[in-house]
Design a protein around this ligand. Structure first.
Ligand code: FMN
Length: 238
């Protein structure tokens, strides 16, 4: 309803709405705000060497809150963030992940996959799973906890994970997007129910002082390769 005009009859059926007043105002022109955000985000790096410096639970809670602001299919929020700082549990996760990863590097990955991983220098050793102060294991809900349907869970959880990484980075922390393959062991070790599927394992902490990142990870496709623009043709100059 707007402009003080009487509500059309159809509005009687409309579910409750509220005015959109809680708006983010960057206080900058959008071009400048977008540029500054890019300058922050381009410094995010996947890190495989963490410091043991602790990170508070309150910090992790805020980061998960930020992730939970993601849009989701029909707002069903089909995600669970299992946050682990217990050293014994981190060790169990590391041992199980390394077992899967040894099989991955020895047999499961095909030659092209291994060649693509070459420049990153990854291997089956996952010490970071014990060193990082927090492991956030993100689960995708295939059903709601009450058994109801969810919609586009992969898209929804993927978006939430993007925000999780951005929020950690914004807080000055480093992350690793880890996908030990296959990930079913995470359900077992963490005792998660069948309607939750492991989606991503995200160690979060400070990067180690002597942390290095693969040079190949810095490469980004140029804008004209990833962006296609359709604008109206320029108006004829008279
Ligand atoms: C879905 C996904 C799975 C990934 N799995 C792993 C992984 O299992 N182990 C790892 O070391 N890095 C993993 N990565 C990190 C990528 O290698 C990394 O994002 C890429 O090299 C670009 O580097 P950057 O994140 O620093 O920009 C994964 C990234 C994504 C998005």
């Amino acid at each position: 309803m707007s402009g003080g005009s009487p509500a059309p009859d159809g509005d009687a059926q409309r579910p409750p709405h509220v005015p959109f007043v809680d708006r983010h105002d960057p206080g900058l022109p959008p071009e400048e705000a977008a540029r500054r955000f890019y300058e922050v985000m381009r410094r995010r790096r996947t890190v495989r060497a963490f410091s043991e410096r602790p990170v508070s639970r309150a910090t992790i809670e805020q980061i998960v809150r930020a992730a939970s602001t993601a849009p989701s299919g029909a707002n069903k929020q089909p995600w669970r963030f299992v946050c682990v700082s217990d050293p014994a549990l981190k060790r169990r996760i590391r041992l199980a992940a390394e077992e899967e990863e040894r099989a991955f590097y020895a047999e499961r990955a095909n030659a092209e996959w291994l060649a693509d991983l070459g420049p990153l220098g990854t291997d089956a050793d996952k010490a970071f799973l014990e060193v990082a102060p927090w492991l956030v294991v993100v689960f995708k809900l295939m059903r709601r906890d009450d058994g109801g349907q969810v919609y586009y869970p992969a898209e929804s959880v993927g978006l939430a994970c993007g925000l999780l990484l951005a929020a950690a980075h914004h807080a000055g922390l480093a992350t690793l997007t880890h996908t030990p393959s296959p990930m079913a062991f995470l359900s077992r070790v963490l005792g998660r129910p069948a309607h939750e599927r492991p989606f991503l394992l995200v160690p979060i902490g400070y990067a180690a002082d002597d942390c290095e990142v693969p040079a190949a990870a810095l490469l980004r496709k140029p804008l004209d390769e990833i962006m296609v623009v359709h604008e109206p043709p320029p108006a004829d100059a008279d």
